[in-house]
Each structure stands twice: as C-alpha cells, then as structure tokens.
Design a protein around this ligand. Structure first.
Ligand SMILES: NC(=O)c1ccc[n+]([C@@H]2O[C@H](COP(=O)([O-])OP(=O)(O)OC[C@H]3O[C@@H](n4cnc5c(N)ncnc54)[C@H](OP(=O)(O)O)[C@@H]3O)[C@@H](O)[C@H]2O)c1
Length: 299
C-alpha cells in the first residue's frame, strides 16, 4: 500500500487529498499546523525521514495574498523555505515530492494562455514567494512534480465560492471584478488527479519529473465566476442577491496587484499523464452539489 505524507492536510486541497486518498486505499499521513510547522527545518526533515512515506504531497502554503504584502517574512518562510526543507529531506530519503504552486508566478501581461515554458515574473509578494519555492524544489530534488493551479476552491475551507454565497445571502447587489481572466479549479478534481499521478509514480512512471499546469477547463473572469455561482446555487436555496455588477480592477483596490490574465495552458499535463480537469462550469456544479449535501443540509 502506498504511503503518502500530506503536508497542509487541513487546507482546501490537502483535506481533499486526504479524504480521497483514504477512500482509494492509500495510507495517508496528514500533517498541518499547529502540530507540524513546515518552516522549522529539523521538524520538516524529521517528518519526512521518519515517516516511511513513499511520496510527499505539499499542499501547505501561506495563501493570504493581500496580507503577504505587509507580512513578507512568514510568506517566504512557508512558501519558499518550507518546500526547500521538504525537497532536501525527500532527496536524502530518495522519495519524490509533488509540490503545488500558483498562476500568480506570472505577471498577467501575456495575451493567451501561459505555458510551463513562459518566464515567471510575479507582481506580488505571494507570487514571488511561491516562485522562489518552486526554484528551491527544482534545485534540491530531481524527482519532483510541481503543479501550478489557479483560483482554487473546495468544499472544505474558505474560498471565493463561499464568500459569494455568504454575500448573496446578505446583499441585493455585489460588485465583482470583470477584467481579470483566469481558470477556477475545484480542489476535488485536483486532489483526485494528484492521487492518479501518485499511483503512476508508484507503478514506475518515473520519467515525467518537472513543472505542469493544472486548472479547470475553459476560462472566465471573477464576474463570470460569481454569476455562474448564483445561477447554479439558486437551484438549492433562495438568495437576497438581485444583481451581480461587473466592475474594473481599478474600482476594487487591494493591497496586492493580481495578474490581469492568468489563464494557463494545461496541455502538457494531458500529454504526459492523460489528465485534464473538467470544464470549470461542470466542476462548479459538482462542488456546489457536494457543498449543499455535505455542509448546508447537514448544519
Ligand atoms: N487558494 C487558491 O486560490 C490557490 C490558487 C492557486 C494556487 N494555490 C496553491 O494551492 C495550494 C493549496 O492551496 P489551498 O487553497 O488549499 O490553501 P489553504 O486552504 O490556505 O491551505 C494551506 C494549508 O497549509 C497550512 N499551513 C500554513 N502554514 C503552515 C506551516 N508553517 N506549516 C504547515 N502547514 C501550514 C495552512 O494552515 P492555516 O490555515 O492554519 O494557515 C492550511 O491548512 C497552495 O500551494 C497554494 O499556494 C492556491
């Protein structure tokens, strides 16, 4: 039975990897703060070296994009030093690492989809700390797979979908940015595909190390995403919301600047692993179905 050490097991993605991993018969070893701190090098190395794991999946991160602008130190500790500690330990132990990164390593100026070969050029502290983390993984461990994902949302944890649903219960109008383009990604899809990749590594497919893009199929804007959330969710509950209003980024100032375009090309993942996420609309439909049956209707 394959043993997987899942770091960041209480986060949106880590929680799904653990849940689906257990369902699929993997032996899952979950780790997260406060019991485990990835920024503590001896603790991180010991966790890997003493775990008897066959593979490490790093879903942990400092994900507060705006807060990171003022709190650079913790962002770099978790997103740069943490993956470095894991990669060094995995190298010592001779096991691979699947590490999760972000579309925010790009500046958003490209017209068209970002490929893995495009130059990274982050425009905020979070993106810079994640780009540095990727580099540390590449530098310290050959046997790695870095998966860049985007606009992640899950049944577990806080995210844009749940924020919109909560606002829609309280307000008649919501103003949402309509000039940032990206791909919403359901954590449930990514978790399942991470476990598929883990299985392939375990069964000897070991020539595919490197960096890959993974996000929901198609693309949209935050406004398009919000509109679709309410279109689907009104099938489950009645909201106060009457209008979702598109606005420009300049009308919604935030501490961190976001890339105007972070749509990613995921064809390399498909060519190498035969893996592609469903359309973002289909995945949102699936997530909301689970959200209403697992969370809302049980509370
Ligand atoms: N969320 C997005 O929209 C998005 C988009 C693109 C890429 N990603 C990437 O996808 C991955 C998963 O994101 P996510 O949304 O699942 O993140 P998340 O929900 O914020 O989960 C991250 C987990 O890591 C934990 N963590 C933080 N500091 C830690 C430390 N020092 N040691 C150990 N664990 C620590 C967090 O604990 P606390 O909650 O207590 O801090 C949390 O449980 C990350 O690599 C992220 O950068 C996310």
């Amino acid at each position: 039975m394959m043993k997987i050490l899942v770091i960041g097991s209480n986060g949106q993605l880590g929680w799904e990897v653990c849940r689906q991993g257990i369902e699929r018969g993997f032996l899952i070893i979950p780790l997260d703060v406060p019991e485990f701190d990835i920024t503590n090098r001896p603790a991180a190395e010991n966790a890997v070296l003493k775990s008897e794991a066959d593979l490490v999946v790093n879903c942990s991160a400092y994900t507060a994009v705006d807060k990171a602008e003022a709190e650079q130190e913790p962002a770099f500790s978790v997103n740069k030093d943490g993956p470095s500690h894991l990669a060094i330990a995995c190298n010592k132990k001779g096991i691979p690492l699947i590490h999760i990164s972000t579309d925010y390593v790009f500046d958003g100026c490209k017209e068209g989809r970002y490929c893995e070969t495009d130059r990274v050029s982050p425009i905020g502290v979070y993106g810079k700390s994640k780009a540095d983390g990727e580099e540390k993984v590449r530098l310290n461990l050959k046997e790695h797979i870095i998966i860049r994902t985007s606009w992640l949302y899950g049944v577990h944890g806080n995210n844009f979908v749940k924020t919109m649903l909560n606002l829609g219960r309280e307000r008649e109008e919501i103003r949402v940015v309509s000039d940032q383009h990206g791909c919403p990604t359901f954590a449930g899809d990514l978790a399942g595909d991470i476990l598929d990749i883990a299985s392939r590594i375990n069964s000897g497919q070991k020539e595919s190390w490197g960096t890959y893009h993974y996000c929901g199929g198609g693309s949209t804007t935050w406004f398009g995403f919000a509109s679709k959330i309410f279109e689907i969710a009104t099938g489950y509950e009645t909201f106060k919301i009457k209008r979702v209003i598109p606005i420009k980024t300049s009308e919604y100032p935030t501490a961190a600047t976001r890339p105007a375009n972070s749509v990613m090309d995921c064809s390399l993942m498909f060519r190498e692993f035969n893996i592609a996420a469903p359309s973002w609309e289909q995945s949102l439909d699936n997530m909301l179905g689970r959200y209403y049956s697992e969370i809302v209707n049980r509370s």
